[in-house]
Design a protein around this ligand. Structure first.
Ligand code: HEC
Ligand code: HEC
Ligand code: HEC
Length: 351
């Protein structure tokens, strides 16, 4: 018999109806308890591997040997990943063994992936598995810090992990909120190369409004949005007071300038701006006696942090408080060289 398009169409419709009927019948289990058939398991993981491999084509990893990336990665890992995957200091929570698929022990899995592949898994998550996407888009810098950390996990001792993640050996319940922040922000853990900002002595207004911006999703950072989740208005006020009352010490007191930026050119640009490129004088808003308390202090902050924020403002991906619209045009026409020079200048200022 000849099979014409009519027969094919009828067979297609019949198959679709049978599929719906099967799903409607409720015979198909969607429970997580019984697990997948081995072939389903194999097929899903194979599909995921292929998808990650394709997504990572052409992704060029930045240098991952910066120890500051490990602190940022470990601090976020402890809050955002250890519950599911376990950490060098702690086994996986019992609860996750009832998930389907069970979140794997990353010590064993990380060596199977390239840096670019890890980047795409952490950035995009894995559909239908519980593996979440990074909370904010456009924060590749944060995801790369996580990849740098993951690469070290297979060889990491518990003590080294605790030290990187800033975990105290014991903590009183009342101190918990501060400790959660201090694990990353304690001034003595930071230095002139830090990717984590120094909050000590920062304006209370700016700290409070910035925390609210993370809470409302108006400032994009997977790391900080996870850290503030669950804070109430009282906590936000308390934490802003706690940090602004701390004595500010410049992170770069030794004046190190590892990337060889031109600090003097940065100073001139900060004082005068550059009118032909419509770059305003930074010091007309920042770091003056009569500054608006809603504007942040920049002096003594680490250069890599300042540079990253300027790049985010330049692309208009930074977000921030209600005053953020003042910074976007100020950063718009900065060249990469300007960004390096300005950051090195503000980092070297001890005011
Ligand atoms: C709610 C639980 C959960 C959380 C939280 C979670 N993951 Fe996952 N993750 C999973 C599951 C489940 C898989 C397995 C996906 C699969 O098999 O396709 C996975 C897979 C992975 C993989 C690939 C490993 C492999 O070979 O299958 C990496 C890498 C990873 N996660 C890193 C992270 C990082 C980094 C974080 C924190 C930012 C994180 N995960 C947070 C559940 C979680
Ligand atoms: C895992 C490390 C980590 C933890 C834990 C953490 N932070 Fe942060 N924090 C960061 C990083 C990284 C940034 C920069 C984020 C960005 O690019 O927007 C940041 C930024 C901030 C800023 C904005 C500073 C500025 O100059 O704009 C404030 C305020 C802040 N954190 C307060 C807190 C408070 C309060 C807590 C505790 C509830 C906390 N952080 C916990 C790493 C952390
Ligand atoms: C018109 C006032 C104004 C001018 C001029 C200005 N800024 Fe800003 N800047 C701000 C405000 C307001 C913020 C806080 C944005 C927010 O709400 O998060 C800010 C934030 C920043 C931050 C982020 C600090 C942090 O802790 O995250 C950096 C870095 C910065 N400015 C650098 C500069 C540089 C460099 C220049 C000169 C090219 C400059 N600014 C010019 C008002 C200004």
């Amino acid at each position: 018999m000849r099979i014409g398009w009519k027969q094919v169409a009828i067979a297609g419709v019949a198959a679709a109806i049978m599929g719906f009927a099967f799903a409607w019948s409720g015979i198909m289990g969607i429970g997580a308890r019984s697990g997948h058939w081995a072939v389903t398991d194999w097929f899903l993981h194979w599909t995921m591997k292929n998808s990650v491999r394709t997504a990572s084509l052409g992704t060029e990893p930045p240098p991952l040997d910066n120890p500051e990336m490990l602190k940022l990665g470990a601090g976020h890992y402890e809050q955002g990943c250890a519950f599911c995957h376990g950490s060098p200091a702690q086994a996986r929570s019992q609860v996750v063994f009832n998930m389907l698929p069970v979140p794997p022990d990353l010590k064993l899995k990380v060596p199977e992936w390239t840096d670019a592949e890890l980047f795409h898994i952490v950035q995009d998550g894995v559909r239908f598995t519980g593996m979440p996407a990074w909370p904010s888009e456009h924060r590749e810098d944060e995801v790369w810090a996580m990849v740098a950390f993951l690469r070290q996990v297979p060889r990491m001792e518990a003590a080294r992990y605790r030290q990187l993640a800033g975990l105290a050996e014991t903590a009183e319940a009342g101190e918990q909120a501060e400790l959660n922040c201090q694990s990353c922000h304690a001034q003595e853990r930071l230095n002139g190369n830090s990717l984590i900002p120094n909050l000590a002595g920062q304006s209370e207004d700016y700290l409070r409004t910035s925390l609210l911006a993370y809470l409302k999703g108006e400032r994009a950072s997977g790391v900080m949005q996870a850290a503030v989740a669950g804070l109430g208005a009282d906590d936000v006020g308390m934490l802003a007071r706690f940090y602004s009352a701390m004595e500010h010490k410049p992170l770069n007191a030794a004046g190190t300038n590892p990337r060889g930026a031109d600090i003097e050119a940065g100073r001139q640009l900060a004082i005068k701006g550059r009118s032909q490129d419509r770059i305003p004088a930074c010091l007309s808003c920042h770091d003056r006696q009569d500054a608006n308390p809603a504007y942040p202090r920049l002096s003594g902050q680490s250069a890599p942090y300042l540079a990253q924020q300027l790049r985010l403002f330049r692309e208009d991906h930074r977000g921030g408080t209600a005053f953020r619209h003042l910074m976007v045009p100020a950063a718009k026409n900065l060249t990469d060289r300007d960004v390096e020079n300005l950051s090195a200048y503000f980092a070297s200022e001890t005011r």
